[in-house]
Design a protein around this ligand. Structure first.
Ligand code: ADP
Ligand code: MG
Length: 548
């Protein structure tokens, strides 16, 4: 009697959606299964660094594709870590990921080109097997265990788990292909899919290639190139694009490549990519922070958080360091002075690359900043040491820019007229509304520019910024332009003259803290303002929206 289980209900929905919305990209199932096999090999290799007997002598890492034309099955086999009963039930029967709902939503909305990437980003890759198979059998034997287990499902709502046999450690994923998906039995088809989607996978993907007259020979289908180990000039833009797409699940080329080898006291190779847009997982799923960490070509971690600060989570790539011991533990990696040094270098290079992009391809940079700017601004609030560098990268609208155009803070400071000491800004939801704020009149009159900031995060970040290039940040609706001595004198005289009138007005209109003469207004007769230390009204609205 088989042990029966029911898929969690959301899974059912996911299966339906995957099969229907990815109909024209069915071949990515192979990429997902190969990537799982590769992860499984990385895991056992990592564990074996501290427990070598676990391998039982088998360190011939391999992902094998096996075709059985008669049975109409395609099998993806690995000698990775394997799964026991509970792992099979847990990993292949439930989706524990928090972003599932968001995944479903984004899959519905995404344009066709983006869809294949979403599967990998949301970690539901295994289920893509049901796009081409009407039954999937998984036979797995964990490292160090004697017996194997068999998981089987038609993807319609239930799966079974039974004891089984398997010669060594690892996993076979057997796809019983649908009648109309026979093409995935053809060697040339498999070759081209592996080449297209899995070429940079580190472990060999092999097949028993048909050599004619009934003879076969094991052949490796992927080139396994480690681009980051090559010198910068030897990697073509096409290779970068292909590699970036494989590690990022993006469907577009990266906006900027960062490739360098650090030499001297600390040696490492870095190959990082800045994307053109924010990936879906950055918005909806648990973000994965940090590039992959390799030690001498051996992958240690998929995402090494110690290598980049969280606000740079949009950066994808690989860092290979030969100075770390191979048997380093994950705990040790958390607070490692070596990694801290590498992080410093990476951060510096990311800023440099963004600056280069801004200078050399302003239009591309504008697009990138629209997507990634909020992450950089998050850095303003968290990474005090790099504030100035992040400020250099900001693009902001201002009174003097046309709607939709931007300036940099450096340009703003450069263009400040004589007499202006500080950087003035105003935050709000909408530029058109901000333009009509009465407080701006005095600035217009003097020819002083004011930053008009409409990104929601601006209201949280800018009021906390101390200065840029020695110029303080000031909210334009609380701080009026400073006066020269002559103006000051005039103002004091006027205040004296109007004192009785102001007193009278304050008495007439209830609920006001004070009635003052202002030099803010040139055209309006009066305006309401808040105290310099009171909460900014825009911020008050934002907080209200957040339920504070
Ligand atoms: P993800 O790979 O993003 O975690 P998948 O749906 O592709 O999501 O796989 C789900 C889980 O199933 C994996 O995290 C892993 O624990 C397990 N798994 C899948 N394939 C294998 C395999 N070949 N060997 C070992 N574990 C596997
Ligand atoms: Mg996967």
């Amino acid at each position: 009697m088989s042990e029966k289980h029911v898929f969690k209900s959301e899974l059912q929905q996911i299966l339906n959606l995957i099969t229907h919305s990815l109909y024209s990209h069915k071949e990515i199932f192979l990429r997902e299964l190969i990537s799982n096999a590769s992860d499984a090999i990385d895991k056992i290799r990592f564990n074996s660094l501290q427990n070598d007997p676990l391998l039982e002598g088998d360190r011939d890492w391999k992902i094998r594709l096996v075709v059985d034309k008669e049975a109409r099955t395609l099998t993806v086999s690995d000698n990775g870590i394997g799964m026991d009963h509970d792992a099979l039930v847990e990993n292949l029967g439930t989706i524990a990921k928090s972003g599932t709902k968001a995944f479903l939503e984004s899959l519905k909305q995404a344009d066709a080109a983006a869809k294949p990437g979403l599967i990998g980003q949301f970690g539901v890759g295994f289920y893509s097997a049901f796009m081409v198979a009407d039954k999937v059998t998984v036979i797995s034997r964990p490292a160090g265990a004697q017996g194997a287990m068999k998981w089987e499902s038609d993807g319609l709502g239930e799966f079974t788990v039974d004891p089984a046999e398997r010669a060594g450690r690892g996993t076979d994923v057997v796809l019983h292909l649908k009648e109309e998906e026979k093409e995935f039995l053809a060697e040339y088809r498999l070759r081209s899919i592996v080449k297209q989607f899995s070429d940079f996978i580190e472990h060999p993907v092999v097949i028993d290639a048909d050599k004619g007259e009934g003879k076969t020979e094991e052949e490796t289908l992927n080139s396994r190139k480690a681009l980051w180990l090559r010198s910068k000039v030897d990697v073509t833009p096409e290779e970068h694009e292909a590699f970036y797409k494989q590690i990022s699940d993006d469907y577009d080329a990266p906006a900027k490549v960062i490739h360098y080898a650090a030499e001297g006291t600390l040696e490492f190779k870095a190959l990082l990519y800045i994307p053109k847009r924010k990936s879906w997982d950055l918005q909806f799923a648990e973000p994965k922070v940090g590039p992959r960490l390799y030690i001498n070509r051996v992958q240690i971690m998929d995402h090494c958080e110690a290598l980049l600060p969280p606000y740079l989570r949009f950066v994808k790539g690989v860092v290979d360091c030969s100075d770390l011991p191979l048997n380093v533990s994950r705990e040790l990696l958390q607070h490692n002075p070596l990694l801290e040094k590498i992080q410093k270098s990476l951060v510096k290079n990311v800023f440099q690359a963004l600056n280069d992009l801004r200078a050399s391809e302003p239009e591309t940079y504008e697009g990138v900043f629209k997507e990634l700017g909020p992450f950089l601004k998050e850095g303003l609030a968290r990474d005090f040491a790099n504030r100035e560098q992040i400020c250099d990268l900001l693009l902001v609208g201002s009174l003097k820019t046309e709607a939709g155009r931007t300036t940099t803070l450096a340009q703003y400071v450069e263009a400040m007229p004589e007499g202006q000491q500080d950087i003035y800004f105003l935050t709000g939801e909408d530029r058109a509304v901000l333009e009509h704020v009465p407080a701006l009149e005095a600035f217009r009159h003097r020819g002083w520019d004011v930053l008009l900031l409409t990104d929601p995060i601006d209201a949280f970040v800018f009021p906390t910024l101390p200065d840029y290039k020695g110029r303080a940040f000031k909210a334009a609706d609380r701080h009026q332009p400073e006066l020269d001595p002559e103006e000051k004198k005039k103002e004091e005289e006027a205040a004296e003259a109007y004192k009785p009138l102001l007193g009278l007005l304050k008495g007439l209109i209830g609920g006001l803290k004070d009635v003052r003469l202002t030099r803010r207004l040139k055209e309006s007769a009066s305006c309401l303002t808040s105290d310099e230390d009171a909460m900014d009204p825009h911020m008050e609205r934002l907080l209200q929206k957040l339920g504070q």
